[in-house]
Design a protein. Sequence first.
Length: 51
Amino acid sequence: MEQNKSKPKAKGATAREERLKAALKANMGRRKAQTKARAKVQSDVSNGDKT
């Protein structure tokens, strides 16, 4: 019998990928919120509004 050369990922590697995926998703959410807030401030300034 021939052994399968490709080994399945270790539990640690899978857990790491899941952590990285969650961190990336959270980071993207923060960046989107930051961009939206900056755009609002920019539009308020261009309209002459003061907050």
